[in-house]
Design a binder for this molecule. Structure first.
Ligand code: PMP
Length: 304
């Protein structure tokens, strides 16, 4: 990733991609406290546009607030920087990775005295789980690792250290021959994927698990609204692992994963074992929204 042409916004200015480096004594590298986002821009009908930039920026600042990290820029500067990055790299569509982290000014658990640095990179990134996954669905394993308890790393924050838990779950699933993992919470109820929120469809009703220990996904909120527009009842409640097994359809949502059908969980076929009809409708509607084809949601797009 580091050896390529292009520019990264780093502490207020665009720097050549290869020069956007940090010291090995970077505090966040040692203690895991950095907050970040995953954002996408699509090559839409109205030109390149960033999907829900305001909401992603709000979540970035909320993550920092939860961890008492003071981002030394205002939200508008961060949003404008996303636009600068797309233009500087001449991207039509891309994935962004904004990140705020503590620098190498000091060592020791307390970050007090370390400077907060901010970087925003962007590069083309297609379907996270593959194009085929979007059409055919994926195979998922319920992880043997629980999602963090709500009072461990705090799930409203999207922070690096949470992802060690995701890495354990995803690695276990991949090594067992699956495509991705779903984690249960410490009470045994469905939380989320290693990098996605999860929904089920049962008897025409769309359900999502309470987001207690899951990330409050922006794609999840978008799909929730889109499903309601299509006349589906969307309910939020505790879901068990076997609610997933007997669902008619299950799908993931996420900025990277977009709307990815799940066709099998723990070797149990879900529904017809392929992308279900409701998933297909919501997936298509989601792509219409992010590509600027639904006038109701043009306000979710920030034109570059
Ligand atoms: N859960 C986790 C653990 C994630 O990493 C992500 C991706 N950011 C999501 C859910 C989905 O969130 P969003 O739709 O905001 O990308």
């Amino acid at each position: 990733m580091s050896d390529r042409d292009g520019f990264i916004w780093y502490d207020g200015k665009l720097v050549p991609w290869r020069d956007a480096t940090t010291h090995v004594l970077t505090h966040s590298l040692h203690y895991g406290l950095s907050v970040f986002e995953g954002v996408r821009a699509y090559n839409t009908d109205i030109g390149t546009a960033i999907f829900r930039l305001r909401e992603h920026t709000d979540r970035l600042f909320n993550s920092a607030h939860i961890y008492q990290m003071s981002i030394p820029y205002d939200k508008q500067t961060i949003m404008d920087a996303h636009i600068e990055v797309v233009r500087a790299n001449k991207l039509e569509s891309c994935y962004f990775r904004p990140i705020a982290f503590y620098g190498s000014e000091k060592m020791g658990v307390s970050p007090r005295g370390a400077q907060v640095h901010v970087a925003i990179a962007a590069w083309p990134w297609g379907a996270y789980l593959g194009e085929e996954a979007l059409a055919q669905g994926i195979r998922v394993k319920i992880s043997s690792f629980a999602r963090h308890h709500v009072n461990v790393t705090m799930p409203r924050a999207k922070l690096a250290s949470t992802y060690t838990n995701s890495i354990l779950a995803n690695t276990e699933a991949i090594e067992a021959g699956y495509d991705e993992a779903i984690l249960l919470d410490t009470d045994g109820f469905v939380a989320e994927g290693a990098g996605e929120n999860v929904f089920i469809v049962k008897d025409g009703v769309v359900y999502e698990p309470e987001i207690a220990s899951a990330l409050s996904g922006i794609t999840r909120a978008s799909v929730h609204a889109i499903a309601a527009d299509h006349g589906y009842t969307v309910q939020t409640r505790r879901l068990t692992r076997d609610d997933l097994y007997i669902a008619d359809e299950v799908f993931f949502t996420g900025t990277a994963a977009e709307v990815t059908p799940i066709r099998e969980i723990d070797n149990r076929v879900i529904g017809e074992g392929k992308r279900g009809p409701v998933t297909e409708i919501l997936q298509k509607a989601f792509f219409d929204v992010v590509n600027g084809r639904n006038p109701k949601y043009l306000h979710w797009l920030t034109k570059v």
